[in-house]
Design a protein around this ligand. Structure first.
Ligand SMILES: C[S@@+](CC[C@H](N)C(=O)[O-])C[C@H]1O[C@@H](n2cnc3c(N)ncnc32)[C@H](O)[C@@H]1O
Ligand code: SF4
Ligand code: SF4
Length: 329
């Protein structure tokens, strides 16, 4: 009998708007309804039952065909019982809010927010996360020393509880905080935390000039982002830029060259290129065939980055997608 496990399932609590998922944002894996602060233990109970299920050789429906599902090598079955101490979480993903101060034409999150641009910080339309995080710490369900927190969303610049969340993680000795942001608004709290934890700022700019930025992000804020990137680049943190290939807009060598020149001019040396996930929805049967010119673009991107001393990352699954010739099935 084959037995299975998934590293992500063991570690992750991904707080989305309507559900909490047990793996990262790129999967629609197993989930549970958002708990009230009073019953956060249910998060862990459900996860343990999924771990046990896989260990018995049963693959949850949501995990079928997933790259991350692995066969157990340990010959002994796990001894997880109803009474065992719950294993702790070391990856928390914060994306329980969808509001944003721009409206990217490709954004997967905007279907919930109705593409409305929000300029002032406000509460999430779904729930407050701070009381739940407090309860998780109280119940000792978070692996304090190893905790990695990823802020996604929405954009944190318009989330009212953003700074309180950062502060509670810092107070409890978080190991690493990663913030994905559009960079339109500078986040001053970052200056206060860079000497307390490892900070990774990931800015999705998708362009190297004002016109293309505006065509993708739908707001005329390219210059503000460049100014903010210059400020972040002076701080002791990891600063990464991200470029989503949007078909018919920035999917050509000229735009990629402008993006690389921008990185060079600011002194940013870490980049990630990614395929627009929405492309999978454009084709019948939910399958997106990779166009031939994408292979050339990826090669061009890597060569240009290397020439300019920039680390040419691609999103962790892009290589697999290119190999298969299609997006997720
Ligand atoms: C939804 S955003 C939230 C954080 C922040 N507002 C930002 O843009 O970085 C998180 C990440 O998802 C990426 N993303 C959103 N829609 C996508 C899509 N259709 N395909 C690929 N990546 C996408 C964004 O570029 C960003 O890096
Ligand atoms: S196997 Fe895949 S879908 Fe299932 S929990 Fe792991 S990452 Fe998520
Ligand atoms: S900045 Fe982020 S959350 Fe906002 S629309 Fe763009 S990808 Fe979506």
């Amino acid at each position: 009998m084959k037995r299975y496990y998934c590293k992500r399932l063991n570690e992750t609590l991904n707080f989305d708007a309507l559900k909490v998922f047990y793996c990262c944002a790129t999967r629609t894996g197993p989930s549970i309804d958002v708990p009230s602060p009073k019953n956060v233990s249910n998060l862990i109970k459900k996860r343990n039952s999924l771990i046990k299920m896989m260990d018995r050789g049963v693959i949850p429906k949501e995990c079928e065909g997933c790259f991350d599902l692995k066969e157990q090598e340990n010959p002994k079955p796990l001894l997880l019982s109803f009474f065992s101490k719950p294993s702790k979480s070391n990856l928390i993903i914060v994306k329980h809010f969808k509001q944003c101060d721009c409206s990217c034409i490709y954004c997967c999150e905007q279907y919930l927010s109705g593409r409305k641009i929000v300029l002032k910080p406000k509460k999430s339309d779904y729930y407050d996360l701070l009381p739940i995080i407090k309860e998780l710490y109280k119940k000792d369900i978070i692996d304090k020393k190893e905790l990695d927190v990823h802020f996604q969303g929405g954009n944190v610049s318009v989330l009212e509880e953003f700074e309180d969340l950062v502060n509670i993680f810092i107070k409890n000795g978080v190991k690493r905080i990663e913030i994905a942001t559009n960079g339109i608004k500078y986040l001053p709290i970052i200056e206060n935390i860079v000497d307390k934890t490892f900070v990774d700022i990931n800015v999705s700019i998708d362009s190297g000039c004002r016109e293309t930025f505006k065509a993708i992000k739908t707001v005329d804020k390219f210059d503000d982002v460049v100014e903010n990137l210059k400020k972040y680049s002076k701080l002791p943190l990891l600063l990464r830029l991200k470029y989503i290939l949007v078909r018919g807009v920035n999917d050509n060598q000229e735009e990629i060259s402008k993006y690389i020149n921008l990185m060079k001019s600011i002194g940013i040396n870490n980049s990630e290129l990614m395929i627009d996930q929405c492309d999978s929805e454009f084709i019948q049967g939910n399958e997106f065939k990779i166009p031939d010119y994408y292979y050339k673009l990826f090669k061009f991107y890597k060569e240009e980055c290397i020439q300019n001393n920039i680390e040419p990352h691609v999103w962790e699954y892009v290589d697999k997608i290119l190999e298969k010739g299609s997006f997720f099935k």
